[in-house]
Design a protein around this ligand. Sequence first.
Ligand code: AMP
Length: 321
Amino acid sequence: MSTPQIIPPGSTIGILGGGQLGRMTALAAARLGYRCLVYAPDEHSIAGDVAAGYVRGDYDDTDALARFARRVDVITYEFENVPEAAVVACLEHKPVRPGVTPIHVAQHRLREKQFFATLGIGTADYQPVRNEAELAAATALPGILKTCREGYDGKGQARVHDRASLEAAWERLGRRECILEALVDFRCEVSAIVARGLDGAMRCFPIGLNDHRDGILHTTTVPADLAAETLAMAERFGLALAQGLDLVGLVALEMFVTQDGTVLANEMAPRPHNSGHWTIDACATSQFEQLVRAICGLPLGPVDVTAPSRMENLIGEEATD
Ligand code: AMP
């Protein structure tokens, strides 16, 4: 790929994935003067509804991906489980921002934890559980056994209290590659959403205080009523991650705040994040506009809070009740 290009307004952004985050990205892009072309396997896409065009194709259909890539100027993805091969196929034709490394890291919990460690980002104690020997050697109890791949929002994981429940849970999870994470006695959960531009400039949105129900984000409150040092540590981790990934785009880092105010990273997502929806109404720049700015090489926007806010995450029918 030649030197990083600026993608001027009037250009077309390709979005891999057809869900709500793609939809909100396409709306923000339109306001900045960009067209979006959405690529997803589904017959109907809510992102496609608000985009200039929709390409229906499977993520392993390299011909369809190539046709899609030729019609756009830059490509992003709206979910971190987009197959790596699909991103690689797109990269042969057009820049993909944030690129392959962020999904390579985010799609595998063990790799993600190891990556955090290289950047000095603390995590809960953990051990890999990929075979009988590692199962026998795992000590992080009580803990949560999580599959390395395809787990999110509490799926693909089980709380375990002792060796017997650990062994039973590993069987139930299909003896897949897992990690055992020590249970964190956290005071609260927070997230940092960081944008990094084509020029390496970074902006961290104000830290969100998150409340989860049944493993799913329920509310996000900003400003977070936490000690300045705790907020600074969360921001520092977010910035270190964006820098470490050499990211062009957005990355969200979900973290625990322990009883003594220490911050421990849980997981990352290199895309807009549900805990950042408050930025649409209560921040000088929304996370979606910031993503478009970053991947198109525009200057990043300011991230000042314009009003205190509390976002409630409505899922499925809750939105119409
Ligand atoms: P995850 O699927 O890793 O995002 O986890 C979903 C939610 O489960 C988190 O937001 C926490 O509320 C909880 N959780 C995950 N890992 C741990 C842990 N090691 N200790 C305590 N709670 C956890």
